[in-house]
Design a protein around this ligand. Structure first.
Ligand code: AMP
Ligand code: FE
Ligand code: FE
Ligand code: ZN
Length: 303
């Protein structure tokens, strides 16, 4: 039998050699590769299709399109920070990936602007709390160093703490200082998840729930919450994600089959901010084709 080459992990991949990673971040949000560097890194990692999904912004799209090499395809998207009732009187945090939506949608534009302002407000509160406890953090400089419309995130504060020698890694910063619910943590007024699903659909996009069962980010969504979002138009769930265990993935595949939605697999690459590799998790060709067929906002860009 002929050597199938290094890409052995799925039948469609072996047949077609297509590698698809549908969740990545650039410097347009909290990654460390510029959109152009990210595209180059994706090509070097052997990806054929990549989605750019920065938090709460589409500002990296143009540079990514400009950097696309021949043969590679780009799915333009974003990751929306959302909240939903947890069914026990509280709220939980959810991340919604929106693919191929119209970036001119007034509703999406207004909500992304609001969220970016909310992100700055909240990061300032966290930085002020650390400064008040004597840590060498200057909230003004931290925020001034970020581009004016960049979605400020905890990784930015984490990298400050690494540079200041307070911690030796972004991960340590999260564990010691920035964890959800910890002493320095401040919450954000995120988008209602139902509203976000409808908003992405109205803009011709395809909404997929990011890492639904990842722990360490607070309580996770129940099957009921996910089922409700499907009635609003949720098209899929990210099953293969570095933060999901094997049983999590199986449960999500079972749930997706029951709800008749698709499953994706993605690295959630953030450059040096996270120890994951591009293409570490991948999406099958069929799911990617379904996303493309469902979308009417913008098209997939071919390099
Ligand atoms: P925020 O959006 O400000 O709430 O920050 C959450 C971001 O921090 C997400 O994009 C995560 O990918 C990232 N993050 C969460 N935990 C860690 C960690 N332990 N190490 C590095 N990045 C993390
Ligand atoms: Fe992030
Ligand atoms: Fe996320
Ligand atoms: Zn992400």
């Amino acid at each position: 039998m002929a050597d199938p080459g290094p890409r052995r992990s799925g039948p469609s991949r072996r047949l077609l050699g297509v590698r698809i990673d549908l969740h990545t971040h650039s410097t347009a949000s909290d990654g460390t590769d510029s959109p152009a560097e990210l595209i180059a890194a994706a090509a070097a990692a052997g990806l054929d299709v990549m989605a750019l999904t920065d938090h709460d912004t589409t500002s990296g799209w143009a540079q990514a399109v400009g950097a696309l090499p021949a043969g590679m395809r780009l799915i333009r998207g974003a990751e929306f920070s959302c909240t939903a009732p947890d069914g026990r009187g509280g709220n939980l945090s959810l991340h919604l990936l929106g693919y191929l939506f119209d970036p001119e949608s007034p509703a999406i534009g207004a909500e992304q602007t609001r969220l970016r302002e909310e992100r700055r407000r909240r990061l300032r509160v966290m930085a002020e709390r650390m400064a008040a406890d004597g840590y060498p953090v200057d909230p003004e400089v931290l925020l001034a160093d970020l581009p004016a419309d960049a979605p400020a995130g905890r990784p930015h504060l984490a990298r400050w703490l690494v540079s200041a020698g307070v911690v030796s890694s972004v991960d340590e910063a999260f564990q010691r200082f920035l964890a959800t619910g910890g002493r320095y943590y401040a919450g954000r007024a995120d988008t209602d998840a139902h509203t976000a699903v409808r908003m992405v659909r109205h803009a011709g996009g395809v909404p997929v729930l990011a890492h639904p069962f990842a722990p360490g980010r607070g309580p996770v969504a129940s099957e009921d919450v996910i089922a409700e979002l499907v009635t609003e138009g949720l098209a899929g769930v990210e099953a293969d994600h570095p933060d999901h265990t094997g049983p999590d993935r199986e449960r999500l595949r079972g749930l997706a089959a029951e709800l008749d939605v698709l499953t994706t697999g993605s690295s959630d690459y953030h450059g040096h901010n996270k120890a994951v590799r591009l293409g570490q998790e991948t999406t099958c060709t069929e799911a990617c084709e379904r996303i493309e067929a469902m979308a009417s906002g913008v098209g997939v860009v071919a390099g």
